[in-house]
Design a protein around this ligand. Structure first.
Ligand SMILES: Cc1cc2nc3c(=O)[nH]c(=O)nc-3n(C[C@H](O)[C@H](O)[C@H](O)COP(=O)(O)OP(=O)(O)OC[C@H]3O[C@@H](n4cnc5c(N)ncnc54)[C@H](O)[C@@H]3O)c2cc1C
Length: 480
């Protein structure tokens, strides 16, 4: 099997494992080659700071995994995955000590936004009810024939707009505006950019429909559950096997690459025809991140009580402040008051830290390939909303662009999403095609976050890429 198999998958990230499972379920023999000693790519956990403190190396919070149409078809709970839903999925503290919150319930969320309750219900209620239909529509290439055109139009018209425009024209007060601004900032786009509001809508309605859950035992458990199911199906995984060239691979009928566009350009070498190569070379990176994991001697002393019950916290103050921070980053500048994403998993999962102590996961956006240490700025933002935070710190683990790339070659320059998610690159990811997973090499497919629907732990890039390979090489039209 290690010398010859039906399909080889390079990379054991969520998309690589999803591709391998889709192929194995269709009866193919599959080998996954992983560069790292540990499987999982963006879904890994490790004791980064002190013994007994389990940190999520990359992904922490998983609305897209919980709402993934593909993951839903897999018996992941049976093979060890357990979702924990924090009491409040998301809180966004303000300087006056209050916080805007996204609750599971649309009405409860709306009620906490006085003056904007009706607008919130009007925007979110029917979208949240239609999550399943919508998820199938937007978690695939944009170039497709919609199966739910009415639901998609209801989503698509606001989604294409800039966040600053939508938030300020729909809502009159700061709490509703900042709630959407903070979620939209997950896009890495300036809030004035077209389609930035799509991210606020997708993650917002996911919060209502499936929550923003965390896996018990860390994000590694998602990868472990996918790998356990792949093994049940007969698939094999080899770790510590980095592929530098397509010639390094065992013979197979199909090759699926869970690698970024830039790695693909290197791995495929001179085999790519110049026209296709040029199209890939014009694909653009997203900005990068600077991440810190903390071991803490107790819970964070948030001023806003709601933050003490929330899984995820968005730190950035007002909508104008968040917009300014993201604008700076998109112009290649460091923001003095960056927008900071925080997750406090150990409040809800006792496996993450020794009793009474806690972990904290935090990152901010920085320009691509930034070398600057952002710890001071991140800690000032946390301290602003949780005075006394610095006194809780037992240990820190920092990751800038170079560390991220060292831990996973897909994260070069600190870009965690496999390329910018602007309008052009949502349409052409990495090329404009209804099946952009196909490359110019007949048996080689891209299946990473550089393909639709893009970044996040959902496995949908891998699933769609494997379906294309099954159609092209194994005459399987409708896999299980
Ligand atoms: C710090 C950080 C925080 C994040 N937070 C979240 C979050 O909270 N929620 C969320 O949904 N998403 C989050 N993400 C994004 C998410 O992790 C990624 O979008 C997702 O993991 C992409 O999956 P993938 O399978 O395409 O690639 P990856 O997860 O990058 O996996 C690729 C795998 O391929 C391996 N590989 C690469 N090149 C080679 C090679 N040449 N040979 C062999 N193996 C190779 C890598 O080692 C890796 O294991 C975060 C990412 C980061 C980095």
């Amino acid at each position: 099997m290690t010398d010859e198999c039906d399909a080889v998958v390079v990379g054991s990230g969520p998309n690589g494992l999803a591709a391998a499972i889709t192929l194995a379920r269709a009866g193919c023999s599959v080998l996954v080659c992983e560069a790292n000693a540990t499987i999982g790519g963006g879904a890994r956990s490790a004791e980064l700071t002190l013994p007994g403190f389990l940190h999520d190396v990359c992904s922490a919070v998983h609305p897209l995994a919980a709402g993934s149409p593909f993951f839903k078809t897999l018996p992941l709970e049976r093979v060890g995955l357990e979702w924990i839903q924090p009491g409040i999925p998301l809180a966004h503290p303000l300087d006056d000590g209050s916080a805007a919150c996204l609750y599971r319930d649309v009405d409860l969320t709306a009620e906490q936004l006085p003056g904007d309750s009706r607008a919130y219900r009007w925007l979110m209620k029917s979208l949240a009810r239609n999550w399943e239909k919508l998820a199938n529509e937007f978690l695939q290439p944009m170039l497709h024939w919609p199966r739910h055109p009415i639901a998609l139009a209801r989503f698509g018209i606001p989604a294409i707009c800039p966040t600053t425009f939508m938030a300020k024209s729909l809502f009159r007060h700061e709490p509703a505006r900042v709630l959407f601004a903070g979620i939209a900032a997950h896009s890495f786009l300036p809030l004035e950019a077209a389609v930035s509001f799509a991210f606020a809508l997708v993650l917002g309605i996911a919060g209502h429909a499936v929550g923003w859950p965390i896996p018990r035992g860390g994000s590694q458990q998602i990868a472990n559950a996918l790998a356990a199911y792949l093994h049940e199906l007969g698939g094999q995984i080899q770790v510590n096997r980095r592929i530098e060239n397509l010639d390094d691979l065992p013979k197979s009928r199909a090759i699926l690459l869970d690698v970024s566009v830039w790695q693909f350009l290197r791995i495929a070498g001179e085999r790519l025809p110049s026209r296709y190569r040029r199209r890939l070379e014009s694909f653009r990176h997203a900005p990068g991140i600077f991440k810190i994991d903390y071991a803490l001697n107790g819970p964070i002393p948030w001023k806003a009580e709601a933050c003490r019950r929330a899984g995820t916290i968005h730190l950035g103050g007002s909508i104008d402040e968040i917009a300014a921070a993201e604008r700076d980053v998109s112009r290649g500048k460091i923001s003095e008051r960056p927008f900071v994403l925080v997750a406090q998993q150990s409040l809800f999962d006792e496996t993450r830290a020794p009793r009474g102590q806690h972990t904290l996961w935090a990152y901010c956006h920085v320009p691509f390939d930034c070398k600057i240490d952002m710890s001071e700025r991140i800690e000032s933002q946390i301290e602003r909303f949780a005075p006394g935070f610095r006194d809780c710190i037992l240990a820190r683990h920092k990751m800038g662009a170079a560390d991220l790339e060292k831990s996973n070659p897909n994260l070069a320059g600190g870009d965690i999403n496999g390329g910018a998610a602007n309008l052009t690159q949502l349409l052409a990811r990495p090329v404009l095609s209804p099946t952009p997973y196909r490359t110019s090499l007949p048996s080689v497919y891209l299946c990473s976050a550089s393909t639709p629907p893009g970044g996040g732990v959902h496995g949908m890039c891998g699933y769609h890429a494997a379906r294309a390979a099954l159609r092209d090489h194994f005459s399987v039209r409708k896999p299980a």
